[in-house]
Design a protein around this ligand. Structure first.
Ligand SMILES: [Zn+2]
Ligand SMILES: [Zn+2]
Length: 508
């Protein structure tokens, strides 16, 4: 049984609700990374398990757009120092392409969810506050300040300052949401009166005039949105942590039962910078951390694979994500056991084989079509979808090669015989190449398997080891001593080209 079904069954058994709301949420304070994606994938998996069981369930995503910018991150220009403390929705886009800082990081992620085929209802926290959805929970939090601070102190064991208030006003002078202190409040008028560090004194409405402290916000949101299930990083699940506080706040302040928690482990990214990698991708050289934006990884990894990487592992187990060779092995396994990647003929060609084809075609799309046909696949050139499918898979392969492939898988078809390397070949190796050229001369077209068999046949005929012949083939074609499966390589190339190259090598 898939873990998501086991969780869905347990939820149905344990919870009294007949309708479920499964909430996820991420703060768009920077690029949204693969590590963050786990929360959504878990949510989606449990959501579809529930729906499959006939349960009424919604999947939502709350973007914390009203959260303040905590500090000026290294990717931000110096002048962003002035924006620290302001809500993300009120800060300009650092690259000027979206309507706000929050949208700049949120939109690419939402686009990625589309690519991943994840359907989810989106809520933006700043819009929720502006709509007045929060007014009642804010009123409750303000009038029960003492109960709230007692709960937080009891659960977390930390002391809150005397003037602590669960509501952080948005200062109308400096625009920050982190520096004003509530001095008085009026629950009739639904406003607080604050003093800000900047020297400003003002009034702030319960509607969009500030936001709840986050531990309180989390619990308040459960009530507002009717959340019954929520996956979150295991750090929040630590004893005395934010989920423990949330549970009590939810029950004691809001009379609402906290959602069924699904704590999950981290994704550890295992990778090292590869030469020629794009700058954004090289930045993720640490062995810990998951700082590859989802949209960047989706340029090189087909969506079904990225989903598979995450959904195949139970939430309580950590995931080691290595987008280099281990990812390729996982793709092999997926294509063997689960399904095709890509549509039309592209789906029939294994990703690993595509790596060879794409490198032979060297960025020339019509040559790629020829290479595909030569390697034994029929391309219906008049079929637009088929051609598009090939283009898509080729793009994944090219980006994967550029960003993540180990050097051993990369090759360059040599336009001429590599003279220096040729000297390392023995007479027997050259003779083997000559015999293979002979086959082509006789007009035979050989498939990848035929080529493979032929190499062994020539090996026994010339009394050298097959691996010596493989090496000779790689040297004369790729100027390397190793390469992709020789059968595939040879079957993908123009036979006349191979014949000339092998004969020329044998002559020297
Ligand atoms: Zn932008
Ligand atoms: Zn201020």
């Amino acid at each position: 049984m898939h873990w998501s079904l086991a969780i869905a069954k347990e939820i149905v058994e344990r919870r009294k609700e007949k309708k479920h709301v499964l909430a996820t949420g991420i703060t768009p304070s920077g690029d949204i990374h693969v590590g963050n994606l786990r929360e959504i994938i878990i949510g989606e998996a449990v959501h579809s398990a529930l729906v499959d069981m006939g349960v009424d369930a919604r999947l939502i995503y709350v973007a914390d757009t009203f959260d303040p910018l905590r500090r000026r991150y290294s990717f931000l220009p110096g002048e962003y120092e002035a924006h620290v403390g302001k809500p993300l929705s009120a800060i300009p886009d650092p690259e000027g392409c979206h309507s706000s800082y929050a949208d700049h990081f949120l939109q690419p992620f939402l686009d990625s969810l589309d690519v991943l085929g994840i359907k989810i209802e989106i809520f933006k926290a700043d819009e929720m506050y502006k709509s007045g959805m929060y007014v009642d929970v804010i009123k409750e939090a303000i009038s029960r300040r003492e109960d709230l601070s007692r709960i937080i102190e009891e659960v977390s064991g930390r002391q809150l300052p005397e003037e602590w208030m669960a509501f952080n006003p948005l200062c109308d002078a400096c625009g920050r949401i982190t520096t004003a202190i509530v001095k008085r409040y009026d629950t009739e008028k639904e406003e607080v009166y604050y003093e800000c560090e900047c020297g400003n004194n003002g009034a702030a409405s319960f509607k969009a005039g500030g936001k709840l402290a986050w531990r309180v916000d989390w619990a308040a949101r459960w009530k507002i949105l009717g959340v019954t299930i929520e996956p979150f990083g295991k750090d929040h699940a630590a004893p005395g942590g934010s989920f423990d506080t949330g549970k009590r706040i939810s029950l004691e302040i809001y009379d609402y039962e906290a959602p069924y928690p699904i704590p999950f482990e981290h994704i550890l990214l295992k990778t090292k910078a590869v030469e020629g990698t794009k700058a954004k991708v090289t930045a993720m050289s640490s062995s810990r951390g998951t700082n590859v934006p989802v949209h960047a990884i989706l340029e090189a990894v087909p969506p079904e694979i990225l989903k598979h990487v995450i959904s195949r592992v139970r939430p309580d187990k950590h995931i080691e994500f290595n987008p280099s060779l281990p990812l390729l092995n996982l793709i092999d396994e997926y294509e063997r056991e689960i399904g095709e990647i890509g549509r039309g003929v592209a789906g029939k060609i294994p990703f690993r084989h595509f790596i060879t084809l794409v490198q032979i075609a060297r960025g020339d799309f019509s040559e790629l079509l020829n290479v595909i046909e030569r390697s034994g696949y029929e391309v219906r050139e008049e079929n637009e979808e088929e051609i598009k499918g090939i283009g898509e898979k080729a793009r994944y392969v090219e980006n994967w090669l550029r960003g993540y492939a180990p050097p051993g898988l990369k090759f360059e078809l040599q336009p001429a015989l590599p003279a220096e390397e040729l000297k390392s070949l023995s007479e027997a190796q050259k003779k083997a190449l000559k015999l293979m050229a002979q086959e082509i001369k006789e007009g035979k077209t050989l498939s990848a398997d035929d080529w493979h068999d032929k190499i062994y046949e020539v090996a026994s005929g010339t009394n050298i080891e097959a691996k010596e012949i493989f090496r000779a083939i790689y040297v004369v074609l790729l100027k390397k001593s190793s390469g992709p499966r020789a059968g595939w390589l040879l079957a993908s190339l123009d036979t006349e080209f191979i014949r000339e190259r092998f004969e020329a090598a044998a002559r020297i």
